[in-house]
Design a protein around this ligand. Structure first.
Ligand code: OSB
Ligand code: MG
Length: 373
């Protein structure tokens, strides 16, 4: 297959409610989307980088820049398949989210051309995946209980509470008291230090499924040390940026569970390697989320149907994020989302709506005669 050009666009989508984490509050998403134009048809990719470099060092302006100037030019006008992309991009350090977006677009084009779905390509073993929901930090315990109750009424099978110092033990206690033994976990997004070990151990009596990324991303060994004081299983998110870092973290005893986000690790193919590695080591994995539109959600839901994804993911329904998605909406059915079965991502883009929320576009490659923006 030959990649002839890539169309990049930025869209703005308001979130249905503000989403607060230990690193900030988000009220809208500014999403970078890619359309790969190949000699065998088109494919779509979504970049999960946020507007600011607060979850990781990546951010959407930088992702756009590195794609236009350093990544896409290495892929244009040569015979390639999606499996070649990461090796061709290897000389560029880092920028996993940008790399993941272009690999995804090429993979979608390839699978659409073959008439094969992402699910079939990944070896999906279920037609629908169990869904959890990530609940942001709330202004009060009362509002937290109302929000969690609403999601449970909708059928979500697992609740994840965002925590930070000052908002941790009390919200967990309140949710346990009100909602009993609902599957519950927490995510600190790196907000603690090893000195907080005794404090975090106060979460142990609540029988949480896991505590996600309590310490800074580079402090992998400290997570192993934390695990000597805290009995709740530690799950890593930010620290895992590749299959190599996953293997190292497991070997060190830094985590018993891994949150797989294809964007964070450089793409679906590397994410699949992490799934396989964890399956071989007996670690459960689950599909993370980055507030994706229907494009990213389609790929994530397909991958979450692989056998090792034994815990519910942060793969929530479209209406948990957006009033109107850019694809047909993903709808919760009995706490699950159905895995798309059509070719490639298996979703169609609402072109007219997409155009109406696009505020920037650029084409790299033949159709754009170089870089245009
Ligand atoms: O840490 O998992 C995280 C959203 C943005 C950035 C980081 C994270 C999250 C979420 C939301 O928790 C997951 C989702 O519903 O997409
Ligand atoms: Mg997380």
């Amino acid at each position: 297959m030959k990649l002839e050009s890539v169309e990049l666009r930025r869209i703005k989508l308001s979130l249905v409610a503000p989403f607060e984490t230990s690193f900030g509050v988000q009220t809208e998403r500014d999403v970078l989307l890619l359309k790969a134009i190949t000699d065998g048809g088109e494919g779509w990719g979504e970049c999960v980088a946020g507007e600011e470099p607060t979850y990781s060092s990546e951010y959407v302006d930088a992702a756009g820049h590195v794609l236009i100037h350093h990544l896409i030019p290495r892929l244009l006008d040569r015979e390639l398949v999606a499996a070649d992309v990461s090796a061709l991009l290897h000389p560029v350090h880092g920028h996993q989210m940008a790399k993941a977006a272009v690999e995804m677009a090429v993979l979608d084009a390839e699978l659409r051309a073959q008439g094969q779905s992402f699910g079939r390509f990944f070896g999906a073993v279920r037609r629908a995946v169990d869904c959890g929901v990530s609940v942001g930090i709330q202004p009060s315990i009362a509002e937290l209980l109302q929000t969690v109750g609403g999601y449970l009424d909708q059928g979500y099978r697992r609740i994840k509470l965002k925590i930070k110092p000052g908002w941790d033990v009390e919200p967990v206690r309140a949710v346990r008291e009100r909602f009993g033994d609902v599957p519950l976990q927490v995510d600190a997004n790196t907000a603690y230090s090893l000195a907080d070990a005794e404090h975090l151990a106060k979460l142990d009596p609540f029988g949480l499924l896991l505590i996600e990324q309590p310490l800074p991303e580079e402090q992998v060994l400290a997570h192993a040390q934390l695990a000597r004081t805290v009995r709740t299983p530690i799950c890593l998110d930010e620290s895992i940026t590749s299959a190599q870092s996953a293997a190292d973290a497991i070997e060190l005893g830094a985590c018993r569970v891994i949150n797989i986000k294809p964007g964070r690790v450089g793409g679906y193919l590397e994410a699949r390697r992490i799934h396989d590695l964890c399956a071989a080591r007996g670690l459960p994995v689950w599909m993370g989320g980055m507030l994706e539109t229907g494009i990213g959600r389609a790929g994530n839901v397909a991958m979450a149907a692989m056998p090792g994804f034994t815990l519910p993911g942060d793969t929530s329904a479209s209406d948990r994020y957006y009033h109107r998605d850019i694809t047909e909406p993903f709808v919760l059915e009995d706490g699950r989302l159905r895995v798309p079965t059509g070719p490639g991502l298996g979703v169609s883009i609402d072109a007219e709506y997409l155009e109406s929320i696009t505020y920037w576009k650029s084409v790299v490659g033949r159709a754009g005669s170089g870089v245009r923006s």
